[in-house]
Design a protein around this ligand. Structure first.
Ligand code: NDP
Length: 304
């Protein structure tokens, strides 16, 4: 089987290179291109042409415009990459009878209330990023292509920069930190997203009726403040240089940390549909975060 992976060097794309490998021949591309094959999502027509040339059975699109704040000042580019390109991919996939796997976000919701949202909940994005990701989802569904669209949240990976690494760096430099405590969600590892993608894709290939939208996030919930404290105390307990005092991580409301893009306060995703449809288990968020910390900090055998 031939699989086309787009955005191969992003957090999720990198892990997909590993997780998809046992399923078939993976052609992994990024915007720069490999062997004359370029996958630049800012050129939707070229993406559709690429698909028609390569004729993959599965397209996995891990590329996206993910700069949430910058999207407020570049909405047209964010729309092209997050909505027009997935639409073009979906139309080409529909023509070929190929599957399209796409990732979306809890930022398609307005984040009111405190209940975890399922796939049928009303959307209401607060930001340009959220709007463009929602338009991408809708275009895929409307195309008639077989698809798996996974909405996920608070993605991290050992590779590249991430919130946990930033907190560790700041905790090593400063006495006090101020971190938002009224946005609630589940940090979700790129490894988990990639592994779930491979399992779900395998089942869906055998049973096309499983085509659809699924919420994919680690179990449990926390705030950015709870996440930061967990990371810092985990590192402190293992003897890493931490300057910030145990009670020095101050909880602040979102209103004290203004950003160009508004973010939902309630990022909880209900993963019941994903778990029951594919017979999968979502581990607690701490599990993957501690594994990532072990990797980043070079500890051995400390994850449970
Ligand atoms: P990353 O930002 O780590 O990776 C995105 C990738 O897309 C990068 O490799 C980037 O390349 C590539 N890309 C950007 N623009 C283009 C373009 N014009 N053409 C080709 N490639 C491009 O994102 P994640 O891995 O974290 O996200 C994966 C998916 O999950 C996305 O759909 C995202 O919207 C979704 N998601 C992410 C969340 C998060 O917290 N990160 C939360 C919820 C959902 P380059 O590095 O060269 O720019």
């Amino acid at each position: 089987m031939k699989l086309l992976l787009l955005g191969k060097n992003g957090q999720v794309g990198w892990e997909l290179q590993r997780a998809l490998a046992p399923l078939g021949d993976v052609i992994a591309l990024d915007r720069e291109g490999t062997q004359g094959l370029q996958a630049d999502l800012s050129r939707p027509d070229a993406m559709a042409a690429l698909v028609r040339t390569l004729r993959p059975e599965v397209i996995v699109n891990a590329a996206a415009y993910t700069a949430v704040d910058k999207a407020e000042s570049e909405p047209a580019l964010a729309h092209t990459i997050n909505a027009a390109a997935p639409q073009a991919l979906a139309q080409a996939a529909a023509e070929l009878g190929a599957w399209l796997v796409q990732y979306s976000t809890d930022y398609v919701f307005d984040g009111c209330g405190s209940v975890a949202r399922d796939e049928s909940a009303a959307t209401g994005p607060l930001s340009a990023y959220g709007r463009t990701k929602l338009e991408g989802e809708q275009a895929i569904v409307a195309s008639g292509a077989r698809h798996l669209v996974f909405r996920t949240s608070w993605v991290y990976a050992a590779r590249g920069g991430n919130f946990a690494r930033t907190m560790l760096r700041l905790a090593g430099e400063r006495d006090r930190l101020r971190v938002i405590d009224d946005q609630i969600g589940a940090p979700t590892g790129a490894e988990l997203i990639a592994d779930v993608t491979a399992h779900a894709l395998r089942a869906a290939l055998a049973q096309p009726a499983l085509s659809g939208l699924y919420h994919l996030a680690a179990a449990g919930e926390t705030s950015w403040h709870g996440y930061a404290r967990h990371v810092i105390e985990w590192a402190r307990a293992r003897g890493h240089a931490i300057k910030v005092a145990p009670l020095g991580v101050e909880a602040i409301p979102t209103s004290d940390y203004p950003t160009p893009a508004r973010r939902p306060l309630n990022s909880r995703l209900d993963t019941h549909k994903l778990r029951t449809t594919f017979g999968l288990h979502m581990p607690q968020w701490q599990h993957g975060v501690e594994r990532m910390l072990s990797e980043v900090l070079g500890d051995k055998g400390t994850s449970t």
